[in-house]
Ligand binder design. Sequence first.
Ligand code: PAF
Length: 283
Amino acid sequence: MQVYTAKTGLIAHINKQKQPGLSLGFVPTMGALHQGHLSLVKAALSMNEYVVVSIFINPTQFNNPNDLIHYPRTLDKDVSLLKTLSKDSIVVYAPSSEDLYGSQIKSDCFDFDGLDLEMEGSSRPGHFDGVGTVVKRLFEIVRPDNAYFGEKDFQQLQIIKKMVAITKLPVKIIVCPTEREANGLAMSSRNARLSPAEFDASALIYKTLQYVKKQFNYESRQALSKWVVNQFSTHPLFELDYFQISEVESLAPIKKMSLHKSCRAFIAVNIGDVRLIDNIDLN
Ligand code: PAF
């Protein structure tokens, strides 16, 4: 399996492979690959002749320096995992910051129409400009036909769709379902930092979302929010960052329940110094 650390090598490789009628799939990641990532790569392999997986811990999307320092770095293991899926059809791009950003590591500014102000945006200022910047650069280098993202980061997904609409980059965004641990916890590279007790307790996050989905048509938004806050305020391990029910296109909080709007519930909790997010469709 080829692992390119410089875009010149990757671009030359892609130019050699590109032929009319053959499509290129792309899975951007920050490494520490788990089954969630592998499900994206499998989807990409099933729909494209060639797949590029990028592994790059993007500094501009971290607003907490501690989070950046502690982010797991496991390139050799990641490459071995990818080899179990295909040896010939996957190419890895694992660049340095200089290769992607040059000498100035900073974000572009986007107008995401308010999508970036909700939830993760208000908790992590500048995060989505960082995501938009790196994904745009990666799309310009890789020039994929299809790019694969998981629903676990639903707000990120909407931001990337918006960035593609703004920049008119010719790439189709393919949405893949969230992969979960047996206890319901959404798969994430951060899960590796949970202690066994924290991991077990984290089952509460998805259980809470499932309850909200079940009760969505029967209880008011306020009653559901109050119930969720109670679940976490009485728990010794968790700190609830936000719980929000939003309309899916704008991500704005819904004012009153409506059967006619597509809604999703979003949650972020801190457990120790690990931040976990999840979401569920409601109707
Ligand atoms: O979801 C992620 O892993 C990252 O935000 C992404 C899309 C690879 C950009 O750095």
